[in-house]
Write a protein that binds this ligand. Structure first.
Ligand code: ADP
Ligand code: MG
Length: 695
């Protein structure tokens, strides 16, 4: 065996790397030598030229060189070693708070010193605190030829050490470049003007002195973009691979279920919008093929996704299959259950319900009905897809509010049809309008339909931003609205995601409001209540028995009470835009004008002010989502469960959105090349791909 390290060797193959250092590097995500090359600097220092001392500026880092004129230990507030040095242009001081005897005697008068550090205004004029330095002879040692990278690091791993390791890795890369091949085929590289991988990595780790630092640091430099593009490509390919695996299975070919649909539509109190029709046609097109549908329906809050899902479900039922609808919360599942029962029972269909709180005999009975096919339609939470639940012939699974579920949960569905050798069609619905950038990166495995039209007769919600000093005024407003027969929500928020605290806050708000509004029937829902109690309160609110509903953010998703036209959100500054938009979507569902009051607690931070301003100025979910993405970044926007998927090393979906068209084109071009795709996925997505792909 040769003892020459290669790029694929464990990092311990490098000179001077023992178990302790390996462990530190592992913390940085570096386990083999090649990983080092993808550990990119987060900033740079310019040590490529010597700055005349007279040109030093406070706050700037620079290399200077000069002659020591004096050095002394001064005892001020803190003992320090002060070294004065000069060149032809000026004088400056070096100051050391930690120093030893050797250092003190080193700085003899007339000695030449070169140092690097940040100049700051001190008591003797400009001073460099603890600069890096070296003594130099008359014949100068060369200064750095390239910009000096500064890497993200971890405790006990100083920059020079990391830089030296990087040097070793780059050397190995130079001698065996084929060990880290350029996976983007040459024709694509020239078509999109992408630099070669080797050039990009070299440039980023060892930029020439004239390199535009700003661009490098911000990641907009073509050499960085090249890596970002490759990473996004890998993620996209990984999702497409997931899709391909699912679509290797057979799905039932379902027609449109025309007669059931006609009867259903006849009973519906409204006509579908043309956007709903269009999306339904897209869905039906998928359902008629014997390949599992993988479709995402995006539609702003209130755009009417439920009825579209219901009609797709009828298609499955009409062909002798079962359909299931999964919602992220029991509250929403319960509501869907009520809606579907009301719609489907007149058609002679059996709708069943399964959630965590269903226990004992009723649970067994429900499971039995799903298993023997008595239940045509099942509604529930993720309880529906637990191991002990079996379907007779599941043909279609609808997942509402997709952003709450991870990819793996979606993939778990695949198993539910295994017994009968079919994979159910999947319809995923989301009201979080996912900006195109994210949709492409996080949902490349799904086809996308958009309901881009609200049902007619809706008046946009008017939003006002009000400081909580005016709380009483707002309470009067509730009284007036309810006197006119309207209903209202009062939403309590807390920073802590703690159910207990949120619920407490809601309870005390209820007390206060009950005191102020003795004439109103006020209800309360929060996360700490038993599911059955929550459901009962929601039902009472929906039936108009309650005027005002005090709630925590449990009502965020999906709740549909068209007569509610006023919503007060307390401390909205604590919430993200997407969440505010979701909440606000609970009103504005009927034909009367609705209001949303954002009752904030002053003073507002700059970013909170900006967010509330966005809410006031627009009702457009897509614009809000774009803004959210800009303000909070993709991880937050998609929800924590999915950050694994888009946890990218180099790419930033906001910054690099401009690359998406190229990414897609590249993906189209290499998707059929198994070797290249696989290598790209391994390089950038690694183990995660396996996790998602093999469910
Ligand atoms: P979301 O897309 O947010 O899930 P829902 O499906 O809950 O929206 O629909 C919101 C409300 O709009 C519901 O009360 C629903 O019955 C109603 N609705 C849906 N489609 C139409 C339509 N075409 N015309 C009128 N009202 C509709
Ligand atoms: Mg909905």
């Amino acid at each position: 065996m040769s003892d020459v390290a290669t790029l694929s060797h464990p990092i311990s193959a490098l000179k001077g790397v023992g178990p302790a250092l390996s462990e530190k590097l592992a913390r940085l995500g570096v386990s083999v030598v090649a990983d080092l090359l993808f550990h990119l600097p987060h900033r740079y220092q310019d040590r490529t030229h010597i700055t005349p001392i007279g040109h030093l500026r406070s706050g700037r880092e620079a290399v200077i060189e000069g002659e020591v004129t004096a050095s002394e230990v001064v005892v001020g507030r803190r003992r320090s070693l002060l070294v004065r040095m000069k060149d032809d242009t000026g004088i400056v001081s070096l100051r050391f708070f930690h120093f030893g005897q050797a250092q003190t005697s080193q700085f003899a008068r007339g000695i030449r010193v070169r140092c690097f550090g940040e100049a700051r205004a001190g008591s003797t004029g400009l001073e460099l605190y603890h600069p890096e330095y070296q003594l130099v002879g008359r014949h100068d040692a060369p200064i750095e030829e390239q910009l000096t990278p500064i890497y993200p690091t971890t405790e006990g791993l100083p920059q020079p050490r990391l830089r030296a390791l990087m040097g070793q890795a780059l050397e190995i890369f130079d001698t065996t470049p084929s060990a880290l091949p350029d996976l983007i085929p040459a024709p694509l590289r020239s078509r999109f003007a992408l630099p070669a991988l080797h050039d990009a990595l070299h440039y980023i780790h060892r930029p020439p002195p004239e390199a535009p630092l700003e661009q490098l640091i911000e990641g907009t430099h073509p050499m960085v973009s090249r890596l970002a593009l490759e990473e996004m490509l890998a993620h996209q390919l990984s999702l497409r691979q997931v899709r391909r695996r699912i679509q290797q299975d057979a799905a039932p070919a379902l027609g449109s279920g025309a007669s059931l649909n006609a009867r259903f539509l006849a009973g519906l109190p409204f006509a579908l919008t043309s956007a709903q029709h269009r999306v339904l046609n897209e869905i039906n097109g998928d359902l008629q093929r014997a390949l599992p549908m993988l479709r995402l329906v995006q539609g702003d809050v209130g755009s009417g996704k439920t009825v579209v899902a219901a009609m797709a479900m009828l298609g499955a039922v009409a062909h002798g299959y079962q359909a299931a609808l999964m919602a992220p919360t029991e509250l929403l599942a319960e509501q869907h259950y009520r809606t579907l029962k009301q719609w489907f029972e007149p058609l002679g269909l059996t709708v069943d319900w399964l959630a965590g709180r269903l226990k004992g005999k009723s649970r067994l009975d429900a499971k039995a009905r799903l298993a023997d096919g008595t239940a045509h339609v099942a509604v529930g939470t993720h309880a529906l897809f637990q191991e002990d639940v079996a379907f007779h012939r599941l043909g279609l699974a609808v997942i509402d509010e997709q952003h709450r579920f991870g990819v793996h949960q979606r993939l778990a569905l695949r198993e539910k049809g295994e017994a009968v050798g079919i994979t159910p069609h999947q319809l995923v619905m989301t009201a979080t309008p996912i900006p195109r950038t994210l949709a492409m990166s996080a949902y490349a495995d799904l086809d996308v339909s958009v309901i881009d039209e609200l049902p007619p007769g809706r008046t946009p919600v008017k939003t006002v931003v009000v400081p909580d000093e005016r709380r009483n005024e707002i309470i009067d407003r509730i009284e007036n609205a309810c006197a006119e027969g309207r209903q209202a929500y009062w939403v309590c928020t807390l920073i802590e995601e703690s159910d207990a605290l949120q619920s407490q806050a809601a309870e005390s708000t209820l007390e206060r409001l009950t005191e102020h509004l003795p004439g109103l029937a006020i209800g309360l829902v929060h996360g700490r209540m038993k599911a059955a109690d929550k459901a009962a309160v929601m039902a009472a609110f929906k039936d108009g028995e309650l005027d005002l509903l005090v709630a925590t953010t449990v009502i965020e998703v999906g709740v549909d009470v068209p007569n509610a036209s006023l919503m007060i959100i307390e401390n909205p500054e604590r919430l993200g835009l997407a969440q505010l938009h979701q909440l606000r979507g609970r009103v504005g569902r009927g034909s009367v004008e609705s209001f949303c009051v954002l009752l904030y607690h002053p003073p507002l931070s700059g970013s909170a002010r900006e967010r509330l301003g966005v809410m006031r100025d627009t009702n457009d979910g897509f614009r809000i989502a774009e803004k959210d993405l800009e303000l909070r970044g993709p991880g937050e926007v998609l929800g924590t469960r999915q950050t694994g998927l888009i946890g990218m090393k180099v790419a930033d979906l906001t910054r690099d959105r401009g690359l998406l068209d190229s990414v897609r084109a590249c993906a189209d071009a290499v998707v059929d090349n198994e070797t290249v795709s696989e290598a790209l996925i391994q390089r950038w997505v690694g183990r995660e791909a396996n996790r998602y792909g093999q469910v």
